[in-house]
Design a protein around this ligand. Sequence first.
Ligand code: ZN
Length: 266
Amino acid sequence: MSAPEYSVHALRYAQSVGKRSSFFYRYDLSKQADAEQHIDWYFWLLQGGGKTVLVDCGYNEERGARKGRYQGTAPLELLSRAGVRAADVDHVVVSHMHYDHVGNIGLFPNATFSMARSEFEWMQGPYANRFPTCWTVEPEEREMMQNLNREGRVTLVDDRTEVLPGIAVSLVGGHTPGQTLTEVTSTAGQIVLASDAAHLYEEFETDRAFNMFHNLEDMYGAYERLRDLNDRPKTIVIPGHDPRVGRRYAQVEADCFDLTHQVTDD
Ligand SMILES: [Zn+2]
């Protein structure tokens, strides 16, 4: 039987604006002016073959607010706009252990999960309680993931695993030790959800390094891999936080974008 083809939606739960100089690694203000950088906050909904799958799930509203991040729309409200209840979610791919990707993993009572083994081990490592790591993923969030694993609900990915027919998760590292990409067979070709392997198109298009990483070489390796994938026929790469995604693809409900339907090259 051939793999199912999925519908793929990007759900935007928040928007923010910062400075480009704080977004990119070693941004040289003597050579280029600073400017505003708009950031959108997404997670992704895949539906096909009778399955409802999420890639990531957004930050928890209260924990996000403590970091100065404010939610425009609750992730569960966005799912309900797409006709999905929390109990309908069969599987959640956790692209990496940062608060804006794992904050709501406790909300899906019937879901199984997958994530990179290296990420799972890193978050239990000896330095996981140092401040910068605790800021990016709080102990409460790590504990939720560990509890799900104890319940036997987590598949740990070593290199590349097809977590469901037509949905492959592969390890790239770089941004975090176990950052993954998710490749989806969609109704309009292959869609590669980069999540934070590239926050913005320009990271992989121009090798412009994001300012937070675990391993710079692996992050460049991920950009190269994304460029290669993006050059393949009928394959598109979707970065994790780029406002251009919300312009390029059809908005089918407020803040819900159909990634199988491109409306502009902008
Ligand atoms: Zn993120």
